[in-house]
Design a protein around this ligand. Structure first.
Ligand code: MTE
Ligand code: LUZ
Ligand code: MOS
Length: 759
């Protein structure tokens, strides 16, 4: 089963925001954003911009009819700066002009007077000033303090992991069109149509039922459009409200990189205690999250860092604390993994630290501590674990010892080229950690020619969710996939949607679709039984467009039955609701059962480091991955390959750089390097975990969107092992990304000493 979009993608016929045919009279928007990261906004001078050719209007905070507020979880984020600016790139004014170019030229003619305030970019400094977005969050299992006292080995250290630019190929944008009664139709490149609808409603003061948000598909979101598509839609909507004209804004790449938040950088302190058998008996960790200037999604991201702070290990005594620290950077936001990967990097660093000191391989400690079914995660949920099975199957298929031996042999024979391997188990919880978000709806229509239209709350962003939803309908009705069309995500057809996020879109919307289709099918089954004079309704079945009675073919076909249903006034439409059962979480006790299930897997990653240049290549990533049983292997393998490459990029070559003034230095593709075709692993081998276990996913096919990104963490440790194979004196600090520059400095002791001394 291919992706339903493959053909139109290849032919260039797929419609993205910028492809929507323009309506006559459309205006183009461009933001003027703050050149200063923190200060009092004394004056905004827009006269020159207003006089600029083609300009129709320049909008400031004071012009808004509704609220100047776009914060979703907390109301702490103005759409346009009014009294203060909090980061470089914070929108101040919006220029509307007859052409895109005129809008951009005019925006540059805006000037501001800003009285500078102190700029903080480091989360530990923000913490020292007690500038937190929310009160700290804690997880506690057992009693780590006592456990440390009796631990045979205790190691403490620090780990720092940087942010990541989403770099969706389609930049952020929106297109608003005025409709009757002061309503607005909004086309948005968003993962969260309802979030956009709510936000537009708030800034315009127009109630939600007059605002229609429509999403065809995104050219990638990766979490960057879960919350941060709102601002651009809100701006265009305000423009439409004030001018009564359609308004469009498709951001340029550099505008997008400068004005939007990224994956959260974290700094962390850890302490790990082991017994004589290398069992981890105690773990303490403190996370400092760099939230940026306002809350955005930082609080739930912080929570997921805690949820995943022990990865796929069972540790009986855990104390974990997390601080969300306010800095003068663009508000950081959701990014594939949603804080989980950052938590996992720290425990893997702690294990690597212990392994190095104890002169054992990290994989020995990893393997001895894998979580078993029945063990509790630090948040109280009991594991149904595939950690040990995926490890054992990966070891059997790929032979870890042999791969290590080959690496050691190579390293003995080569002086300036060194190889390294690392094993990377993963464990990721599936469900929004905010329980109420785990619901979805699906609207299914069968037309009288027998074709089927499906609408859900899921947004297609390249991950193949529309293909999976079409498969659900095709399977229930036993029709070819061409008979099913999954339509745009539209707030008039499907209301109150959760964003397409948390890897849960196919599960939630797929199961709602399953319920809708089965409900209609039951009606058709009843009618068919009547028409065929069948003994029992349950004798009727559907296969390839024909109706069967007691498994015998009949003359009745799908189209005839559907037409007969219509004539007999049987409802051929259904709007179904699905909510994940059995999940709950109580932050008062920091305990519960937040996840429907977990996704596991074990990868082994091999790299080669050129020790003269510091550059490296990933030789292989081999994984046994827990799909449950995949309903679409092509789509799922694509998600795994993409996730692995994106994860390796985050931990190795992608370096987000803000200077002390809060200015983004890595503000274009010339200075921000993402993996290209030459830097992807030479070999990616994906083997499905063999398991008979049932799970609550749609058709037993577990969520796949985010978990594989975390295999990329192994690339960091494989490089670190290669560096140490070259120079065993070296103990590189746990700082990611491991860029070629950083690798080079760590290969040579003197350079490393100078780097540590800050020279
Ligand atoms: N794959 C592609 N091609 N493009 C994307 O933007 N986003 C990822 C993942 N895979 C993304 C992707 C993220 S962050 C999530 S949460 C899931 O897809 C969301 O989709 P799903 O719930 O259907 O898995
Ligand atoms: N978004 C969200 C997410 O709002 N809640 C989550 O738990 C989550 N998890 C992963 C990715 N996005
Ligand atoms: Mo993904 S970070 O849940 O959009």
């Amino acid at each position: 089963m291919k992706n339903v979009d493959s053909k139109s993608h290849v032919r260039g016929e797929s419609v993205y925001l910028d492809d929507i045919p323009l309506i006559n009279g459309t205006l183009f928007a461009c933001v003027y954003d703050s050149p200063v990261a923190h200060g009092v906004l004394k004056k905004v001078e827009i006269e020159e911009a207003e006089k600029s050719k083609g300009v129709v209007k320049v909008i400031l905070a004071k012009d808004l009819i509704g609220e100047n507020e776009i914060g979703n979880i907390f109301h702490d984020e103005p759409l346009f700066a009014d009294d203060e600016v909090h980061f470089q790139g914070m929108p101040i004014a919006l220029v509307l002009a007859e052409t895109e170019e005129q809008a951009r030229i005019a925006a540059r003619k805006t000037t501001v007077e800003i009285e500078p305030l102190e700029i903080v970019t480091n989360p530990r400094i923000a913490f020292a000033k007690n500038d937190l977005i929310v009160p700290p969050k804690h997880f506690k299992l057992g009693d780590s303090e006592t456990a440390f006292k009796t631990s045979k080995y205790v190691f403490a250290g620090r780990a720092d992991v940087n942010g990541q630019e989403h770099l969706y190929i389609e930049t952020q944008g929106a297109y608003c069109i005025p409709t009757e009664q002061n309503g607005i139709k909004v086309y948005s490149s968003t993962q969260g149509p309802t979030a956009v609808q709510r936000c537009v409603s708030r800034v315009t003061g127009v109630p939600m039922h007059l605002i229609e948000v429509d999403v065809q598909r995104l050219g990638g979101g990766f979490g960057g459009k879960e919350d941060q598509a709102n601002a651009w839609a809100a701006m265009c909507a305000v423009g439409t409200q004030l001018t009564k004209r359609p308004v469009k804004y498709a951001l340029h790449r550099m505008e997008d990189m400068r004005m939007t938040g990224k994956r959260h950088p974290y700094s962390a302190d850890y302490r790990i205690g082991l017994d004589k058998d290398l069992k981890i008996v105690a773990y303490e960790v403190v996370f400092y999250q760099n939230a940026g200037a306002s809350a955005d999604l930082s609080p739930p991201v912080l929570e997921r860092t805690l949820f995943h702070c022990t990865n796929s290990y069972f540790i009986p005594n855990v104390t974990a604390t997390a601080y969300s620290c306010r800095t003068n950077l663009p508000p950081n936001t959701a990014f594939r993994g949603f804080g989980g990967p950052q938590g996992m990097f720290v425990i893997e660093s702690a294990i690597a630290h212990a392994a190095e000191k104890l002169r054992v391989s990290a994989s020995e400690i990893q393997q001895k501590n894998l979580i078993e079914s029945g063990d509790k995660f630090p948040y109280g949920q009991k594991a149904i674990s595939e950690a040990i099975t995926s490890w054992a199957q990966a070891d059997e298929k790929f032979d870890f010892a042999k791969l290590q031996e080959e690496t050691d042999d190579f390293n003995k024979q080569n002086k300036f080229i060194k190889k390294g391997v690392a094993v990377q188990p993963i464990c990721f919880g599936i469900s929004f950690t905010k329980t109420p978000m785990n619901q979805a709806r699906s609207l299914v229509h069968i037309y009288t020619d027998g074709s089927v239209a499906v609408s859900t709350g899921a947004v297609e962003m390249g991950q193949g969710v529309n293909t999976k939803i079409a498969q659900v309908a095709a399977r229930v009705f036993s029709l070819p996939i061409e008979r099913i069309k999954v339509h745009t995500t539209n707030t008039l057809r499907i209301a109150n949607t959760s964003p397409t996020a948390a890897s849960a879109a196919a599960d939630l919307n797929g199961r709602a679709t399953l319920i809708a289709c089965e409900t209609i099918l039951e009606r058709l089954r009843k009618l068919a039984a009547e028409l065929l004079k069948a003994e029992n309704v349950s004798d009727i079945s559907f296969l390839d467009g024909f109706i069967f009675n007691k498994n015998q073919p009949t003359d009745l076909d799908w189209v005839t039955l559907v037409n007969e249903a219509h004539l007999q006034r049987v409802n051929l439409s259904e709007h179904a609701h699905y909510a994940t059962a059995g999940i709950h979480f109580d932050w008062g006790k920091a305990s519960g059962h937040p996840f429907a299930y977990h996704v596991y897997g074990t990868a082994i990653i091999g790299v080669t480091v050129d020790c003269l240049r510091g550059i490296y290549e990933t030789d292989f990533v081999k994984t046994v991955h827990d799909f449950g049983s995949s309903m679409n292997k092509i789509v799922d393998y694509g998600q795994i390959e993409g996730g692995i490459v994106q994860g390796i990029g985050w931990l190795t070559m992608e370096e987000v750089v803000y200077d002390a003034d809060g200015k983004l230095r890595s503000n274009a593709l010339s200075t921000y390097k993402i993996p290209d075709i030459y830097s992807v692993p030479k070999q990616i081998e994906i083997v499905p975990l063999e398991t008979d276990r049932e799970n609550p996913a749609i058709f037993n096919s577990k969520a796949v969107g985010e978990p594989p990104l975390m295999y990329g963490i192994g690339a960091y440790f494989a490089i670190r092992n290669a560096v140490r194979a070259f120079n065993s004196e070296q103990s590189p600090a746990f700082v990611a990304p491991f860029t070629p520059e950083r690798v080079l400095m760590n290969l040579y002791s003197e350079a490393a000493r100078e780097m540590k001394a800050g020279k």
